[in-house]
Design a protein around this ligand. Structure first.
Ligand code: ADP
Length: 558
C-alpha cells in the first residue's frame, strides 16, 4: 500500500489552517485519540501496579523463606545446644545483598542473635517495639496481628524503602519437653525474629520499568494514533472528502464529475448512489437541453413562417395593386387594339392580292396586334377582369381533362407524366376552366424548363390542417430547378427567364391570382439540378351543399 504522506500532511495542515472545529474528521480523531490514550493509560498503569505487586510479593516470599530457615536453625541448634552456630547462620544470611539486618529478641526485648554482632545483648524498648504487632500489649497472645505466621510492613529508610518482616518464635512441644526444660509449656511465644530487607534495588528496577513502560506506552499510543489516522483517512475521511468535493462540483453544474470510491462498504454504496444521482441529473439536463433546442427550432420555424407570411402578404398587396393597374391599362388598350385589328383586317380585304408588300405589312400589323391582344387577355386574367364561374369542381377530373389536351401536343411527346390522384379527394368550389389554365401554365413551364423531355409527376391528396380541410395538388418536374435569387420573383407579373417572344412572365402571376381567388395558396419548392415542385392548396367545398352558390370560406374572402 503506497501511502501518500504529502497528501495527508497537506490535509492535516488544511484541517488546522481552517481551524475547522466542526470538521467530522477532527472530531473523530480527537475522540478516538482520547479513547486510545485513556485506554492505554489504564492498561499500562495496571501493568505497572501488577509488576510492583509481583516484586513486593517476591520480596516477601524471599524474606519469609530465609526467616523460616533462620527459625529452623534456631530450633535445631538450640536442641543441639550449639547457640554459636545460630549467630553464625544469621550473620551469613545477614551478609546477603539487600538484607539490612536480622535480629532475634527474647520477650524482655533483649537482642539474642543479630546479623550485627555488636547488637547482641542490647535491649530495645519493648513497649514501642511490641506495639508494632500488638494492639494491646497487656494481652499479647490474644491481640497479635499475625498473617501466615509472620508480619510485615514497609517503612521509609535512609537508603529507600525497607520491608520490615517480623516472625514470632513459637514455643513448640519439643521446646518445653526438652531435657533442659528452659521454657515452660504455657508460654506461646519465645521471642521475635525481625529482619529488615532493603527494597532500594527493587524500587530502582521498578522505576526503570515504569519509565520504560511509559516510554513504550507513549510510542505505542503515538503509532497507534498515526495508524488509526491513516486507516480513518483511508476508509472514512478521504471518501467523505471526495463526496463533499463531488457535491460541491455538482452544485456548481459539473454533472460529468464522478466520485471514484471503489470499496464495497457503505462509502462505496454512497458514492455509487451519488454517481447514479448525477447520471440521472445529467440525463434530465440533457432532456431539458433537447427540449430547449426543439423549442428554439420550433420558434425559429414559426418565426420563419411568420416572416414568409408577411413577405407573402406584402407580395400579395403588390400583386393586387399591380393587378388593378394592369386591369386599367389593359382595359384602355383593349378597345384601340380591337379597332386596329378590325381595321387592319378591313384594309387587308381591300388591298388587291398583287400588292404583296402592303398585304405582308398589314399581316405583320395584325399578327403583332393579336400578340398584344393576347398579352392584354393575360393581364385581364391576372387582374380578374374576366368573371369567374362558381361550381363544384372535381380537381382530379380537371387534371385528367388538362392532360387529355396536352398529350396530343408535340411539346409533351418526350415527357413522361405520372399521376397519383387520390380517389378520396373532396370537391372544391370554383371555376374549372380557370383551374385548367393554372394547371396548363404549370405543365408548360415544367416542359419549358426540361427542354421538352423529362418527367412530371402530378399528385392530389386531401389535407387537414388546424381543423380546416383542403385539397393539395402537386406538380413536380425533373427539370434544372430554380435559382435562389429567382424564387422571390416568380409570381411577379412580367418576370420571365424565357427568350423574348416565348415568355410573357404572366403565367405564374395569373395562376397565383386564380388560386387566391379560389381561397387557396400556391407555393414552390425547388432544388438546383433536382427539379421543382409547385403545391396548390384549395379549400374543399362546404359540406351539405351541392356546390352552386355555396362558395367556400376562402373563396368568399378572396
Ligand atoms: P413565363 O412562362 O412566361 O416565363 P411564368 O410566370 O409562367 O412566365 O414563369 C416565370 C418564370 O418562372 C419562368 O420564366 C421560369 O424562369 C420560371 N419557372 C416557372 N416554372 C418553372 C419550372 N417548373 N422550372 C424552372 N423554372 C420555372
Amino acid at each position: 500500500m503506497v501511502i501518500d504522506f504529502k497528501e495527508k500532511i497537506d490535509f492535516l495542515k488544511d484541517l488546522i489552517a481552517k481551524k475547522s472545529r466542526h470538521s467530522l474528521s477532527l472530531k473523530l480523531i480527537v475522540a478516538i485519540g482520547i479513547l486510545v490514550l485513556t485506554g492505554s493509560s489504564i492498561f499500562w498503569y495496571m501493568i505497572i501496579i501488577r509488576g510492583e505487586q509481583e516484586f513486593l510479593n517476591n520480596s516477601i516470599r524471599y524474606t519469609a523463606a530465609y526467616t523460616a530457615m533462620i527459625e529452623k536453625s534456631i530450633f535445631t541448634n538450640m536442641h543441639a545446644r550449639q547457640v554459636g552456630t545460630i549467630q553464625e547462620t544469621i550473620e551469613v544470611i545477614g551478609s546477603s545483598e539487600d538484607v539490612i539486618s536480622i535480629d532475634v529478641y527474647n520477650l524482655l526485648g533483649e537482642v539474642r542473635f543479630s546479623s550485627d554482632r555488636a547488637m547482641v545483648g542490647r535491649k530495645i524498648d519493648v513497649d514501642t517495639s511490641c506495639r508494632l504487632c500488638h494492639t494491646d500489649p497487656e494481652r499479647p497472645g490474644e491481640t497479635l496481628k499475625m498473617k501466615g505466621g509472620s508480619m510485615w510492613t514497609i517503612k521509609k529508610g535512609d537508603g529507600g524503602r525497607v520491608l520490615k518482616f517480623l516472625r514470632p518464635v513459637v514455643n513448640q512441644e519439643s521446646c518445653y519437653t526438652a531435657s533442659c526444660h528452659y521454657h515452660p509449656p504455657d508460654r506461646k511465644i519465645l521471642g521475635i525474629l525481625e529482619t529488615d530487607y532493603s527494597l532500594a534495588n527493587i524500587d530502582g528496577t521498578l522505576r526503570r520499568q515504569k519509565i520504560e513502560t511509559l516510554t513504550f506506552g507513549i510510542i505505542f499510543t503515538f503509532f497507534f494514533c498515526i495508524v488509526l489516522c491513516i486507516i480513518l483517512w483511508k476508509i472514512l475521511i478521504r471518501p467523505l472528502q471526495l463526496l463533499a468535493e463531488g457535491m460541491e462540483r455538482v452544485s456548481k453544474g459539473d454533472l460529468d464529475h464522478r466520485v471514484e470510491i471503489k470499496t464495497r462498504d457503505e462509502m462505496g454504496m454512497l458514492a455509487e448512489t451519488f454517481n447514479s444521482m448525477t447520471r440521472e441529473l445529467r440525463s434530465a439536463r440533457q432532456r431539458l437541453e433537447n427540449w430547449a433546442k426543439e423549442l428554439e427550432a420550433e420558434v425559429a420555424k414559426k418565426t420563419e413562417e411568420i416572416r414568409r407570411g408577411q413577405e407573402q402578404l406584402i407580395h400579395t398587396e403588390k400583386l393586387a395593386s399591380l393587378g388593378r393597374m394592369a386591369a386599367g391599362v389593359a382595359h384602355e388598350i383593349n378597345s384601340p387594339l380591337t379597332g386596329i385589328v378590325t381595321f387592319a383586317h378591313l384594309m387587308l380585304q381591300r388591298i388587291p392580292p398583287e400588292n404583296k408588300m402592303d398585304r405582308e405589312d398589314l399581316e405583320v400589323i395584325i399578327e403583332q396586334a393579336e400578340r398584344c391582344s393576347k398579352i392584354i387577355k393575360g393581364l385581364l386574367g391576372f387582374s380578374r377582369a374576366i368573371p369567374a364561374e362558381r361550381a363544384d369542381v372535381d380537381v382530379n377530373d380537371t387534371i385528367r381533362h388538362t392532360l387529355d389536351i396536352i398529350r396530343n401536343q408535340a411539346k409533351f411527346h418526350n415527357i413522361k407524366i405520372e399521376t397519383d390522384l387520390s380517389p378520396d379527394l373532396p370537391l372544391i368550389t370554383g371555376d374549372a376552366s380557370q383551374l385548367q389554365q393554372v394547371f396548363m401554365n404549370l405543365l408548360i413551364n415544367a416542359a419549358d424548363a426540361m427542354n421538352d423531355k423529362g418527367r412530371i409527376r402530378i399528385a392530389t391528396r386531401p389535407v387537414t390542417e388546424d381543423g380546416s380541410e383542403f385539397i393539395e395538388i402537386e406538380f413536380t418536374d425533373s427539370g434544372p430547378g430554380i435559382p435562389e435569387e429567382h424564387m422571390g420573383k416568380l409570381f411577379e407579373p412580367f418576370f420571365t427567364t424565357k427568350p423574348v417572344g416565348k415568355g410573357t412572365g404572366l403565367g405564374l402571376a395569373v395562376s397565383h391570382g386564380i388560386v387566391r381567388k379560389h381561397g387557396g395558396q400556391i407555393r414552390v419548392e425547388s432544388a438546383l439540378g433536382k427539379g421543382t415542385s409547385f403545391f396548390i392548396r384549395l379549400p374543399r367545398a362546404a359540406k351539405g351543399t351541392d356546390g352552386g352558390d355555396a362558395a367556400p370560406k376562402g373563396l368568399q374572402q378572396a
